[in-house]
Design a protein around this ligand. Structure first.
Ligand SMILES: [Zn+2]
Length: 165
């Protein structure tokens, strides 16, 4: 994708850099500020076609202006900052198809676990009259493993398509 540098994005980037000063690396990671900045760039990219992205411009600018203060001081402003970040991230997820890393790995492993247990329980019940508990344990592990492998593959797909947050 071609990098389209809008005046808004340039000014916002300056403001972002200004407000990043003095924020520790630990906080940058904790608040996922790099992800936040990627979402801001996406917001600007999508704003031609997406009215929600367009509308968020002003609010995002405001959020960045208060970023330094919000990170350093707990309280009302920090809660507002947290909310603004998650609003932006969920819009990118729901409307533009971006996902957190390992989204499918976690999700499908968690689904594979009860699904495998169920299959194991059925095998045990139907073939062994509920006497072979090992099938439930084995099914649980195999189900989780299958979910993990397939989910990981799907996550790699998303990464290749640059659809990670
Ligand atoms: Zn949008």
């Amino acid at each position: 994708m071609e990098a389209k540098e809008s005046a808004w994005l340039n000014e916002t980037e300056n403001l972002f850099r200004e407000n990043l000063k003095g924020i520790s690396e630990k906080d940058v990671r904790f608040y996922r500020l790099e992800e936040f900045w990627r979402n801001v760039k996406r917001l600007d990219e999508f704003s031609d076609d997406c009215p929600v992205c367009r509308e968020m411009h002003a609010e995002v600018r405001e959020t960045i202006a208060g970023m330094n203060d919000a990170v350093k001081h707990p309280g009302k402003r920090r809660r507002k900052f947290d909310r603004a970040l998650s609003t932006l991230a969920s819009h990118m997820t729901e409307e533009h198809g971006f996902l957190p890393p390992y989204y499918y790995t976690y999700r499908w492993s968690a689904l594979g676990l009860p699904a495998g247990a169920l299959v194991g329980a059925l095998v045990d019940l139907v073939l062994f009259h509920g006497q072979k508990w090992g099938f439930i344990v084995g099914g649980t592990m195999i189900g989780m493993l299958i979910g993990y492998v397939l989910g990981g593959r799907k996550d790699n797909d998303m990464r290749a398509k640059k659809k990670l947050l």
